[in-house]
Design a protein around this ligand. Structure first.
Ligand SMILES: [Zn+2]
Length: 314
C-alpha cells in the first residue's frame, strides 16, 4: 500500500517538475535574442496581419448576413404552456423551439420533404420569394459571406506563415500557441462567419420524438439559392433574370481574367503570395451597379478597403 502511494507521489511530483521546467524553458525562449530578432524581422508582416484582422471586423459589421424568416411561433410568447398529464414516463423530452425566426415548426412530412428538396422548402417556409429585390439581396449576402471567408482564410494562412518564419521549438507551438502569437504581436480575430441556418423542426404532441432538417447557407448553398431564384424570375421573363449572377464561379473568373492582380495598384500574387484579393463592383450594387463582367474588377484588400471607406463616408 505504502509502495503504491510512494509511486503515486513520485509520479505526481514528476508531472509538476515537468510543467515547471517547461514553463522556465518557455519564459527563456520568449526572452531570447533569437526570438526577439525573429520578431523584429517579421514586424511588418505581423502589422499587416493585424490590419487584415481589423478589416475582417469591418466586413463583419458592414456586411449582410441574414435572409428570410419563418413566422411559425411568432406569437407563441403570448401564451403559456404546461404539460399536466399524469403518466409515469417523463413527458416533453423534446420541446419545440418557438419564437426563433430561423426555426420552422412543422409536420413530420414537411421535415422529410425539406431534406429531399432543401432550397425549395427554405424558399417556401422562410419567405424567400422569387423577386428581383430578393435575388439581389441573396447575391449581396453571398458576397459578404465569401469576402469574410476569404479574409479569415487569409488570416489563418498568415498565422501559419508567422509560425514558420519564427520557427519556435515544437513544445511552444504545442502548448503555448496563443501566448506565442501574443508575444509576437499577432492579434487573433475572434470573428467567425455567421452563416444563416434554417431548421425545419417536428416535435410530436407528447414531446417524445423530434426530427429536424437543417440547411446552412454556405457559399455552395447560396449559389444554389441564387440560381434557383434567378431561374424562377427568368421564367417570368424579367430583365433581372437575364443578368449575370454573382456566384463563386464568377468571382473566380474575374480574378483569373485580371491575372490575380489588383487593377488599381497592380500588386499581384506573384509579388505577394499571401495577397488578399477581392472582386469589386466598379459601380456599387447600392447605386444600381450590375453583376456583369464589365462592371467587375479585382482589387487588393488595401485598395478595396480605401474605396469602400470613401463610399461609406460619401
Ligand atoms: Zn491594390
Amino acid at each position: 500500500m505504502e509502495v503504491i502511494l510512494a509511486i503515486g507521489v513520485i509520479a505526481g511530483l514528476s508531472v509538476v517538475a515537468y510543467r515547471v521546467i517547461r514553463h522556465i524553458r518557455k519564459e527563456r525562449y520568449f526572452a531570447s535574442e533569437e526570438f526577439l530578432a525573429h520578431k523584429q524581422a517579421i514586424a511588418r508582416y505581423v502589422w499587416e496581419h493585424n490590419e487584415i484582422a481589423r478589416y475582417v471586423a469591418e466586413i463583419r459589421s458592414r456586411g449582410t448576413f441574414a435572409i428570410g424568416s419563418s413566422s411559425s411561433g411568432a406569437q407563441a410568447h403570448l401564451a403559456s404552456f404546461d404539460n399536466t398529464s399524469y403518466h409515469n414516463y417523463r413527458r416533453d423530452r423534446n420541446v419545440a423551439s418557438y419564437g426563433s425566426p430561423n426555426v420552422h415548426n412543422c409536420s413530420l412530412q414537411v421535415v422529410r420533404n425539406a431534406s429531399a428538396d432543401p432550397i425549395k422548402y427554405v424558399m417556401k417556409y422562410f419567405n424567400i420569394r422569387a423577386e428581383e429585390g430578393v435575388l439581389l439581396h441573396a447575391q449581396v449576402l453571398g458576397e459578404s459571406i465569401s469576402r469574410l471567408e476569404s479574409a479569415l482564410h487569409n488570416l489563418r494562412v498568415r498565422e501559419e506563415g508567422v509560425a514558420r518564419a519564427m520557427n519556435p521549438p515544437g513544445f511552444i507551438l504545442k502548448h503555448y500557441l496563443s501566448e506565442f502569437m501574443h508575444h509576437v504581436g499577432v492579434e487573433l480575430s475572434p470573428i467567425s462567419v455567421p452563416y444563416p441556418t434554417f431548421t425545419f423542426e417536428y416535435v410530436s404532441a407528447g414531446g417524445n420524438s423530434s426530427q429536424r432538417t437543417s440547411l446552412t447557407l454556405d457559399t455552395p448553398v447560396i449559389d444554389a439559392l441564387v440560381e434557383t431564384l434567378s431561374q424562377k424570375i427568368r421564367y417570368r421573363k424579367s430583365a433581372a433574370g437575364q443578368r449575370s449572377l454573382m456566384t463563386a464561379r464568377l468571382r473566380e473568373y474575374i480574378k483569373a481574367r485580371d491575372g490575380y492582380a489588383c487593377r488599381y495598384c497592380r500588386v499581384s500574387v506573384q509579388q505577394e503570395p499571401h495577397l488578399l484579393l477581392e472582386v469589386d463592383h466598379i459601380v456599387p450594387v447600392s447605386r444600381g451597379g450590375l453583376s456583369i463582367v464589365e462592371n467587375l474588377q479585382t482589387l487588393c484588400w488595401r485598395c478595396n478597403r480605401s474605396k469602400s471607406n470613401k463610399i461609406v463616408s460619401a
